[in-house]
Design a protein around this ligand. Structure first.
Ligand code: ADP
Ligand code: 5GP
Length: 188
């Protein structure tokens, strides 16, 4: 069986990554979503074990200490990690795996998988627009928004370090661009 593919999406929080990912998965149904584990509180509209596997900090740290994660990181005061079992099995079964990781997770994927990891950075049209989107989304407190904006500055400084760069200005245009890139990766 042909080995699977690894496609990683990275973007500062609020850029529109989740919105783009759900549209992309609709356009390319063979993509398989990697459900990460996290300790952050569940947001309105999210479903446990679909959007994330929501864990307590103790549960997360226990799984980390059991070596269950292929990569993990602390982002905005919460822990996030990708399950090793999911990735190994998916690659063996020829699946087209789609990940949403922060830049630390991307660096770990690059170290582990080299060129096999296809990493796409999505940037907002501007820092001001990012702030506007985080506020308009209305899911986070002002304190959390400020933390995410500070983190965004560091993440944006890494935008040139990955395989592809897409700007999420007009949503349909960004989805079209992502679809073109992912189709190219799947054909390679
Ligand atoms: P992320 O997953 O990157 O944190 P979301 O997908 O939750 O971001 O998007 C953040 C907010 O921005 C949401 O309210 C979403 O509807 C909005 N949004 C996403 N893409 C665009 C876009 N191209 N133009 C304007 N608003 C957008
Ligand atoms: P959010 O809380 O907005 O869903 O995600 C916050 C950040 O955590 C985003 O930058 C997202 O890419 C990142 N993230 C989500 N899942 C994982 C994961 O499994 N590993 C890593 N390293 N980062 C993740």
């Amino acid at each position: 069986m042909e080995r699977g593919k690894l496609i990683v999406i990275v973007a500062p929080s609020g850029t529109g990554k989740s919105t783009l990912i759900s549209k992309l998965m609709h356009e390319i149904p063979e993509l398989e979503w990697s459900v990460s584990c996290t300790t952050r509180p569940i947001r309105k509209g999210e479903v446990n074990n679909v959007d994330y596997c929501f864990l307590t900090k103790e549960e997360f740290l226990q799984r980390r200490d059991n070596n269950e994660f292929i990569e993990w990181a602390q982002v905005h005061s919460n822990f996030y990690g990708t399950l090793k079992s999911f990735v190994d099995k998916g690659l063996e079964e020829g699946k087209k795996l789609l990940f949403d990781l922060d830049v630390q997770g991307c660096d770990q994927m690059r170290d582990l998988y080299g060129d096999e990891a296809n990493i796409i950075f999505i940037e907002p049209p501007s820092y001001e627009e990012l702030e506007k989107r985080l506020k308009l989304r209305g899911t986070d407190s002002e304190e959390v928004i400020q933390e995410r904006l500070t983190n965004a500055k560091n993440e944006l400084s890494r935008k040139g370090d990955f395989d592809f760069l897409v700007t999420n200005d007009e949503i349909d245009k960004a989805v079209g661009e992502l679809k073109r890139i992912v189709s190219e990766i799947l054909r390679a």
